[in-house]
Design a protein around this ligand. Sequence first.
Ligand SMILES: [Zn+2]
Length: 376
Amino acid sequence: MARPCFFYTDALLDYNLGPQHPLRPVRLRMTYDLLESYGMLGNAVEVVAPERADWEEVAETHSRDYLEMLNRLDDGEPVRGMQRYGFGGGDNPIFEGMYGASLLYTGASADAAQAILDGAGGGQVAFNISGGLHHAHYNSAAGFCVLNDCAVALRRLRRKYARVAYVDIDVHHGDGVQELFYTDNSVLTISLHESGRTLFPGTGFTHEIGEGDGEGTSINLPFAPSTTDEVWLEAWREAALPLLKAYNPEAIVLQMGTDTHELDPLAHVCLTAQGWLEAVKDVRDLGRPIVAVGGGGYNLTTVPRMWTLAVATLTGTDVPDEIPASYPHRGAGLLTLTDHAPPSVTARQTETARQFAAQSVAELKTLFFARYGLAS
Ligand SMILES: [Zn+2]
């Protein structure tokens, strides 16, 4: 098939942490509907229903004890000892069907990686907006994430490619993915995020560079609250993007969390949709195959716009900024794809954010540039 694969089925909405939880499954459907309104489904992308991930494959990323506990929780009833595996708190409540729903979003990322390996739809990009659950650890659930689909996709890509990269533009540190490949130099992890000093999960400092064989393949670019487009993009292009190019990966998993947006209720970075999109373009322009997964994003007026922009950008589709009248959720905040009002940030906040980013950039240059043969 000539069109990039977009793995989606409404069954993905069953990954539902409850009515009070900020991770609202409807954001996936709202994105799907927006792509549909733009006429992109069946044109820019081919919608393909994903399969559940294979247990044995997931067991390369998570402990068998953890997966067995997850399986036992599938009927939504508490099981003794579940807290030890991160289940049952406010962030990761248990729910009926959790095991199957987790395997499905993870399978969608594995399928997207396989589409790249098979050259499906041109082999340049494949999508799973229900994925990007980057906080899940080897042995525990965390930060709304049960299974680390990003890691499963990276491992699937590794079946063919010697060197792959993970690029994470979610506002939170991609701690689970970093940890899972911390000693592995065949996977470069790059995470841009609000500093762990002010935001969950409290990690992602520049000095976390990997260990053993993996030393020098874990890159963290932290930012201060109120960071805006220009500061974020300049730091990305000055410190992280050159390292990504120098590593020269054969394929990339791009985690496209949209909670970096100013309007996101869970974090404090202040990007616009179009500012964030510039980093997506930069990754596209490397010309490597991309598995594009979702991630955070808790404002229902920003997620559908930003993921539609990303799908359009990564598939080379021109879309008018004005959201079509046929879009069922059209309304305040969902009238145009890009933002038309600048973030409300003071000059003083911007100066603080600029200094913080400059410090992060300087630290990354010191830690990595000579290692990658780059001049500071
Ligand atoms: Zn996030």
